[in-house]
Design a protein around this ligand. Structure first.
Ligand SMILES: C[S@@+](CC[C@H](N)C(=O)[O-])C[C@H]1O[C@@H](n2cnc3c(N)ncnc32)[C@H](O)[C@@H]1O
Length: 408
């Protein structure tokens, strides 16, 4: 599937492009949110490749060493920081009008369930839980940490203004909290995690974490080996034995598959677009840049993360991969649990189809709900139900989840 060439590039032969999705996700009557019921409780904030043969390993290991041969790349981190700093804090009301309202909620549900899973594992062996939120943004996950009753949170991001908004959110959360509630302590660190060693900035240099959560961030580091390694070091070096490095990132298999299937240098739909800066068939291990656009939310350079390489690189910090799953695989696995299903409703992660008479659907296009109509006509399900529009599903199904564990 993926061959590492002597030149330090990878050549992938991916399966034919086929943007399939689960019927469960695209149309599931059992998770239909009763909007009236759900609205009061809305909990809504911000929003592979198998390692090759033994024969490949020698070359892979070589690639994992810091190489002088890696061509110097133009750094994009300043652009990323400027972009995220510019993004305005949008209120819940305005967010609910967004074309990607359900997609954002769905992504948020994924993060909630992932974070919940690993907090639960740690909780089984200890009470005081320390977390590093690497690339925390405006603090979209603060409520999840509160719900998880952690003790200490270190929030870090390259975008200073985002970090200030995160701090403000934290203060509001504390202010609004119940009198008797013990809310976790925090530290905020504005830093480029691909270039700076974070441990030097912790109040306590010997600070240890039980979880490092890196949500929709790690792919920014894959510009050069040195940057990817530094972010990994920041994520993993200060983890306790048995600690976890968890996150979400675009699935490079999926991206390459869609790119190879497209007739041009880009692919997407009306809500997302990805434009590759490399030629088809040639994907350098680092600095394989694409520009990502999502309904006005993100439009900055990102880099392909060749996952088997990340797995190899993580070994240097004593990390072992526990699992990696596409969003679809994760959803199918987690939705079997009633609590997760309830949360999906509360977070309004799926859209009610057909819409109530007083509200419209997020998309006017019939094709966006064709999957539901087909299943209905086949007698496979009854309306109303919860679904994602096809365009939103195509955008969210780019992502994958990973979880590593620090070895004893
Ligand atoms: C898509 S946002 C995700 C924010 C948050 N994790 C969430 O899930 O809501 C990506 C974040 O990564 C941050 N980021 C990108 N490159 C970074 C770097 N080199 N060091 C630290 N943060 C970085 C951005 O500033 C931005 O806040």
């Amino acid at each position: 599937m993926a061959e590492i060439l002597e030149s330090g590039k990878i050549k992938r032969k991916d399966e034919e492009a086929d943007i399939t999705t689960s019927e469960h996700l695209k149309a599931d009557s059992s998770v239909t949110g009763n909007d009236d019921k759900a609205s009061g409780k809305t909990y809504c904030d911000e929003g592979q490749m198998g390692v090759g043969t033994a024969h490949d390993n020698r070359r892979k290991r070589k690639i994992c060493e810091p190489e002088t041969g890696i061509p110097e790349k133009k750094m994009h981190t300043e652009a990323v920081a400027a972009h995220y700093n510019k993004l305005e804090e949008v209120g819940l009301k305005q967010r609910s009008l967004s074309r990607i309202f359900h997609l954002r909620n769905f992504n948020n549900w994924i993060k909630s369930v992932l974070i919940g899973e690993f907090l639960c594992k740690v909780r089984q062996r200890k009470q005081n839980i320390n977390v590093l939120d690497l690339g925390c943004g405006k603090g979209g996950d603060l409520l999840k940490w509160r719900k998880g009753r952690i003790s200490k949170l270190v929030c870090t991001d390259i975008a200073e203004i985002s970090l200030q908004q995160c701090e403000q959110r934290y203060q509001e959360m504390r202010y609004r909290g119940h009198q008797n509630e013990q809310i976790f302590g925090v530290e905020f660190i504005a830093a480029d995690s691909t270039k700076e060693l974070l441990s030097k900035r912790y109040k306590d240099e010997k600070m240890y974490f039980d979880i490092c959560s890196c949500q929709f961030v790690y792919h920014y580091s894959f510009e050069t080996y040195e940057q990817a390694d530094m972010m990994l070091k920041n994520a993993c070096e200060q983890l306790c034995p048995g600690g976890y490095f968890i996150g979400t990132t675009p699935d490079s298999y999926e991206l390459v598959k869609r790119f190879e299937a497209s007739d041009t240098d880009s692919f997407g739909n009306e809500i997302y677009k990805i434009k590759f800066q490399t030629k088809k068939g040639e994907y350098p291990l680092f600095g394989c840049q694409y520009d990502f656009y999502l309904d006005g939310v993100v439009n900055v350079p990102e880099f392909l993360v060749y996952f088997p390489l990340l797995v190899e690189m993580a070994k240097k910090y004593g990390m072992k991969l526990i699992y990696k799953k596409t969003f679809l695989e994760f959803y199918e696995d987690k939705i079997k649990n009633e609590e997760h299903k309830m949360l999906l409703q509360q977070m309004r992660a799926l859209e009610k189809y057909p819409a109530d008479s007083n509200s419209g659907l997020v998309s006017d296009k019939k094709e966006d709900y064709e999957h539901v109509e087909i299943l209905k006509n086949n007698g496979k399900l009854k309306l109303p139900l919860g679904t994602l529009s096809k365009s939103e599903w195509e955008a969210t199904s780019i992502y994958m989840i990973f979880a590593f564990e620090k070895q004893q």
